[in-house]
Design a protein around this ligand. Sequence first.
Ligand code: KIV
Length: 278
Amino acid sequence: MAEEAKKVTVPSLVAMKRRGEKIAMISTYDYPMASIAGRSGMDVILVGDTLAMVVLGYETTLPVTMEEMLCHVKAVARARPAALVVADMPFLSFQVSKEEAILNAGRMMKEGGAEAVKIEGGKCIADTVRAMTNAKIPVMGHVGLTPQAIRKFGGYRVQGRSASAKTAILEDAVALEEAGCFSVVLEGIPWALAKEITSRLAIPTIGIGAGPHCDGQVLVSHDLLGLYEGFVPKFVRQYADLKAVIGKAFSSYVADIKSGRFPTLDESYDDAQDRKKD
Ligand code: KIV
């Protein structure tokens, strides 16, 4: 019998960095994907606010609500994966006050079944992170190209290219570690900066568009599976083309219905079988 994978916890994830073991993380949003990811050796499943774009069809991550996120966090948690389940805190669910941040993160854990939360931002949210960790909520940070700041950045642009921007991002990451984050996502920054941050922090860094020297990597499931129809950045490695697979299956189904090839009598009930089997 196949041995069941050991449950990943916040301390065991931090220990992976100490052992020099790379961390595999995916952003995904529903029960079947979480079940498959859980059986694939994934260390962390993030229910990312990219839900807004790749599942709900919005142009940015900004519109997704707490209720929409919670619905998907619950679906992922129901898969009971060995991977650590992290819920992304949507735009304005943690920025208004520390109290709201704790209450909303608490909902992700109490109602959603998440084991940790992720929030975007650096020094400016360090006090919020401190309050959340004091309330026993494990927090993953996220710095660099933070998509909730897209309107401020004016587009999805690589961050941290100038000397001052490099220093600011490094200081953000250090501030998050000092505030109690157990890990930090580095998004859309030059690889050399990600390497420096990774060597300066005791907590694991998880990169996305941040080069190979981070302690782990994260991609959005719909990007790596070739399911998303929008813009796919250069850091995405596409491991499958499910758009084509699903498109072919749907066209064959339509053609079979139109031509009368589906269903056959073997795919239908008759009186005798109904009595025997059903
Ligand atoms: O929302 C998300 O999926 C994320 C990852 C890309 C890190 O924040």
